[in-house]
Write a protein of this length. Structure first.
Length: 172
């Protein structure tokens, strides 16, 4: 079974995804890392040299590869993955989607203190960051809310997440 973790940047998709995969005995796939490895460029370099539209096309290609692989895996998607190219529908058809839902202020705080460089956030002041998160989340929420499971304010408690997923694991 495929478990897709979706949500905004900084929501904990990778932080929770790795230990969840380990707990379930599944593979773990970070979609952004898969794209970087396959293309030989960082996400920032892809955005800078090829643009966001090309990145979204690549995201779809790599997502389709994961969907066709048919192995048990937890997949940490990019924050925008569900919002483009029919990806949300494809993920819902191919596995279980889990939306890790956090308030904009919490996301902005996490992103401001993150050590990871994120191309869409570069150079933003704390106020601009909060505004960007709020505005972007308002648009993306319609996609995120299509998830099979919504986990509000996810903690680092992987056991809680595994418990929420238990009904889906039985059916697959």
């Amino acid at each position: 079974m495929l478990i897709f973790l979706i949500g905004f940047m900084g929501s904990g998709k990778t932080t929770l995804g790795r230990p969840l995969a380990s707990r379930l005995g599944y593979d773990f796939v970070d979609l952004d890392k898969a794209i970087e490895a396959g293309e030989g460029l960082t996400i920032g370099e892809i955005f800078a040299t090829r643009g966001e539209e090309r990145f979204r096309e690549l995201e779809r290609v790599y997502l389709q590869e994961i969907l066709s692989n048919k192995r048990d895996a937890v997949i940490s998607t990019g924050g925008g993955t569900p919002c483009f190219n029919g990806n949300m529908e494809a993920m819902n058809a191919g596995g279980v989607t889990v939306y890790l839902k956090l308030a904009p202020a919490m996301l902005a705080d996490r992103l401001a203190s993150a050590k990871v460089c994120r191309p869409l956030l570069a150079g933003k002041s704390p106020e601009e960051l909060l505004q960007y998160v709020s505005d972007t989340l308002a648009v993306r929420e319609a996609y995120y809310e299509q998830a099979n499971v919504v986990v509000a304010n996810p903690s680092r408690d992987v056991g809680r997440l595994a418990e929420v997923l238990k009904p889906y694991l039985i059916h697959f």
